[in-house]
Design a binder for this molecule. Structure first.
Ligand code: 13P
Ligand code: MG
Ligand code: MG
Length: 381
């Protein structure tokens, strides 16, 4: 069995919530190189998307493995020390608890992992994509994943014999603290039920998707921990990562990216409190747009049966995405024209900066109720 682990965290940014420093990324690479040399992992890559560092590790230890998670934690700790030394903003932002007992889930970093049998005859070659997004939550993946895995409008491949049987979705209630509160729904039959949940991107997210025809094959994993559910207060946006396996019995890369043409509006952005369109961007892009225009990057990889990663293709670093980038900026401009009103900002219960709520509470205290009096009512003759 091979495991692909992606673990992502924001542990400090240069000049604000922009990107990690070069030294931080290099330190992460060095530490994963040492883990490879001592045989813990088979291969790795380190990227950043906005101010989040993403560790990609290939290994044979399965999901939720203590050594792998402790390695990731140690990398983020080292990067935090560098961020502190360099005086960067938000050093250690996503490390919410003390050293976790062997699992970063619930401690701040986001983890998406898939373990699979690399020897099955149906998949002679293993290809997958890693989506990393900044300034949004895991629900940002609800629309593109639902679209590709349930609708031939976005993925004509769903009509093929090996995909026609559909998929088993595992959706999770991200507001629930403690154990995972999950529901399993089979598509195509239950795609409307799935939509009923996924329309609320702040509460429900897709945690995993499995093939129904090839029972043991998981195709998607998404990091679905929400920082505010863990910390009880705003500690930065959740900035998710997703793994999507591609080809054969799964949709093809070109189908999987098709919903990103939409530049759909997502919750998050500046202060984690607004709605803005999700802009596809090259890997290792800093956040510099107005109101933290959220970005998503996508790396496509192949991996050998003995766990060696190919070089990556930077999927959104291509002129094919230029018009979508322009569209995203135009959609962002339209939304920002109405400032704070209505859908421009998140509903009050979702405003991530608790201080916004404090401001409202102060005004709430000043409201008074004026009773209606009989005399004030003068019926017409
Ligand atoms: P991050 O979650 O990426 O740190 O962004 C936080 C923020 O509030 C940006 O305005
Ligand atoms: Mg940050
Ligand atoms: Mg971030």
């Amino acid at each position: 069995m091979l495991t692909i682990s992606t673990i992502k965290a924001d542990v400090g940014g240069v000049g604000g919530h922009t990107r990690p420093s070069t030294r931080m990324v290099q330190a992460a690479r060095d530490e994963l190189r040492q883990a490879l040399d001592r045989g813990l992992i088979l291969d790795y890559d380190v990227t950043y998307t906005g101010d989040d560092i993403c560790l990609l590790m290939v290994h044979r230890h399965g999901n939720d493995n203590a050594e792998i998670h402790e390695l990731a934690w140690s990398v983020f700790k080292s990067a935090t020390e560098i961020a502190q030394d360099e005086g960067l903003y938000g050093a250690g932002q996503d490390l919410l608890k003390d050293a976790p007992s062997g699992n970063v889930r619930g401690a701040g970093p986001g983890a998406a992992e898939i373990t699979f049998d690399e020897t099955v005859k149906e998949r002679r070659a293993e290809s997958f994509m890693v989506f990393t997004a900044d300034k949004c939550g895991p629900g940002a993946f609800n629309f593109p994943l639902w679209a590709v895995f349930t609708s031939p409008l976005f993925c004509a491949g769903l009509m093929l014999p090996q995909l026609k049987a559909g998929f088993r979705f595992v959706a999770i209630d991200m507001e629930h603290a403690g154990g995972d509160r999950i529901i399993e729904l089979n598509t195509p039959e239950q795609h409307i039920d799935l939509a009923i949940l996924l329309r609320d991107e702040n509460r429900f997210g897709i945690k995993a998707i499995h093939s129904r025809r090839y029972k043991d094959q998981q195709v998607v994993a998404v990091s679905t921990d929400r920082l505010h559910t863990i910390a009880g207060e705003y500690k930065g946006k959740d900035d998710p990562v997703a793994i999507v396996r591609t080809q054969n019995m799964f949709p093809a890369p070109e189908e999987i990216v098709s919903p990103y043409f939409t530049a759909h509006y997502v919750a998050g952005d500046a202060r984690g409190s607004h709605h803005m369109p999700l802009m596809p961007a090259p890997i290792n892009t800093a956040i510099t747009g107005a109101y933290c225009l959220p970005i998503v990057a996508c790396q496509a990889y192949s991996v050998t049966h003995d766990g060696r990663l190919s070089e990556a293709v930077d999927v959104f670093d291509n002129p094919a995405w230029d018009s979508t980038r322009l569209k995203a900026q135009q959609k962002a401009d339209e939304m920002r024209r109405q400032g704070f009103v209505g859908p421009a900002m998140l509903p009050i219960q979702e405003l991530e900066y608790s201080a916004f709520r404090t401001s409202l509470e102060e005004l709430e205290k000043k409201f008074k109720i004026v009773e209606k009096t009989e005399a004030a009512f003068q019926p017409a003759d």
